[in-house]
Design a protein around this ligand. Sequence first.
Ligand code: SF4
Length: 414
Amino acid sequence: MAQVTEKSTRRTFLKRVGAVGAGSIVAAAAPFVNAKDDAGTKAGHMDRMPKRPFGKTGVDVPILGLGGVLKMSDQLVFRMAYKMGVTYWDTADSYGWGKNEKAIGKYFKKFPEDRKSIFLVTKAATSDTEELTEKLHASFQKMNTSYVDLYFIHYVSDVKDELTPGVKAWAEKAKSQGKIRFFGFSAHKNMEASMLAAAKLGWIDGIMMSYNYRLMVKDEMKRAVEACVKAGIGLTAMKTQAAFTANFYASIGSETDDALNMTENFMKKGYTAEQAKLKVVWENPDIASICSAMPNMTILQANVAAATNREELSGHEKALLDRYAAQTCSGYCAGCADICESALDYRVPISDLLRCSMYHFGYGDREKALELLDTLPPQTRASCMETDFSPAEHRCPQNIAIGRIVKTAIDALT
Ligand code: SF4
């Protein structure tokens, strides 16, 4: 019989945690989840879901938002999200090649009275104002609505080039016509530079940016958040779980003693590492909401439980998260694209390709990876395979094996 050491027991335990997912553990162990209450009352968590002001818009939004991964067949998840107070819904015209907006449209067709309670956000990846109009109208049609609460330009990485005076005029007109209430952008790379530049513009209402336990401790991100808060810009955090860029990092991350300690420590208090990663972001009151992909009831319920539980993380728990972040930094792309891409004269969109890899290997979402790959220049796939990434790797502050990851991802997505 194999000897069962404390270490092997803990590893087995952690693997079980990973295998069953956050929500199952919460349902089994967390004192602050009560599924019966949620389903059995008219409003569920609606009254208990905390809200925060979204910048200077005058609107309070729930601290947990529903990310755009649901399909037509997921109507129950929309319904329960609504009942649990997750009334900030984020989508984009491109999500699931339009299927997510259509799924929201199906919901509003059935529950039209819910539309006014939902803070609805959608996005289009263009700065061309004619295209913005076309895409916004197409989104209205798909979602069975005549307005959106917040309209984003998707994937902004250069504010000067993408948020032009023409875009400003377009946004003001769309607001005056009642088509959009607020305007802003999403940023997956060079987030800090874009946030600082946006804070100076004076006409941006909201930004959704990558923000998590790895990024929020960096001085540059702290400065960017502070500037946005001063400018009255509402901030929504995304990518809060900080998933690995490639599958070969997952085993490193889950096998470290710090990961084991961290998980055990959180579990003693009745929540998972996934929930702790949300809670640490909420501890910054400057973040209005977290946009989270919640593809099923289990994850929805686990995240709602984390949002409605007021217990704060201890200093020790935060230190565990910090140590874990440091130990596994080579598996996480921080989005500082200018650093690595300038080393290759901007010939390769490294950060976007690492995000493709993260969607495919980190989230197991091949469709999202392909959707993003589709937006990149057509020659990207071929040129990547011939590129020597070592100059970029030498500059990367996270020590990411860029070439290996990019080439593996392209291979897997071809
Ligand atoms: S690969 Fe490295 S330098 Fe490039 S964006 Fe990611 S973390 Fe930054």
